[in-house]
Design a protein around this ligand. Sequence first.
Ligand code: SF4
Length: 399
Amino acid sequence: MKKDYTILVPTMLPMHFEILISVFRKSGYNCKLLKNEGDEVKEYGLKYVHNDTCYPAQVVIGQLIDAIENGGYDKNKIALMITQTGGGCRASNYISLLRKALFNAGYSHIPVISLNFAGLDDSSVKFDVPMVLKAVPSIMIGDLLMHLRNQCAPYEQNGESEKLCRKYIDKASEILTQNGLQNKKIQKLYKEIIQDFSKIKRDGKEKTRVGIVGEIFVKFSPLGNNDLESFLASQGAEVYMGGLMDFVLYCVYNSIADAKLYGMRKTKARLYKIVYNYLLKKQRAIIKLIEENSDFVPPAYFDETRKLADGYISIGMKMGEGWLLTCEMLELIHSGVKNIVCAQPFGCLPNHIAGKGMMKVLKENFNDVNIVAIDYDASASRVNQENRIKLMLANSNED
Ligand code: SF4
């Protein structure tokens, strides 16, 4: 079916996903990244997903059904791709929720493909080695572009960072779809990106630095968080946020922790330890490149971030974003970013515990932090969300 079908993919991180999709295309998956948005997406989500279910499921499934109904695709030649984390919360159930929604909408003939690395479903994407190895730089490049753009955009004059993002998404996609792993070209690309962003003329006016943490979908997806990054930028803030690779490292580390805490799957844990160290080495190399080639603040090193959990939250708390969410707030506080927006989806119990539930103790231990939890929900008012963020900015704390 690969050659005849178009695979629709919901958007979470537009830059990362665009590069990843080019890698998938090279392996024969004809993917199309969805860009449809607006009230209809939420309406379809509410209509076909139980209203007790967490908000990201409603948005993701709503976007897919809206694309089927209104996207002009041949309904007999499309498939849908959706991620499955394999975690204990509802993220692993999105695939069943989507199948149920398709059945109710009269599209049960449309195949669903699960994107996961653990073979959780019969329909899982069959990863080949080049796909996996190229997924790593795809995520690294997406994180790097996001990180540098956030540090340039509030200070530049002519939207240069967006233009550079476009240029390097295309260039990365072009390199990663060549045969072979192209390691040398990728290394060169990292450096070129950093050097090009360094050339952007930034004015020296101080901006309020605001960190974004939260459940992965509403943290990153402009569709899920009503374009939170752009809103903060429009309010004169400089945004800080951990990248997608941190979430990948968190998932990998959890398998190592399972062996430590519960004696589970020890052989598998050894393999995960190798993967963990490999990814850390890649992250360390990018941090070093940023330090050596620019005056940008490098991203935090994950192995240090995870240790911040000590004394606050157990690494056994790994539903949803679990301990990572608390660690990301602590990491922001330690690096002097005292204003934090914690993005929480409606219906997400794990993140209300590791995010909102940890705010009291963080405020007690760091009395100058300014954290606000913002709930995202199909019926939540965007104006109310933005007003609460404006209030937080009015009380902003800076070093
Ligand atoms: S982390 Fe929360 S929002 Fe995400 S799938 Fe799990 S319960 Fe739902």
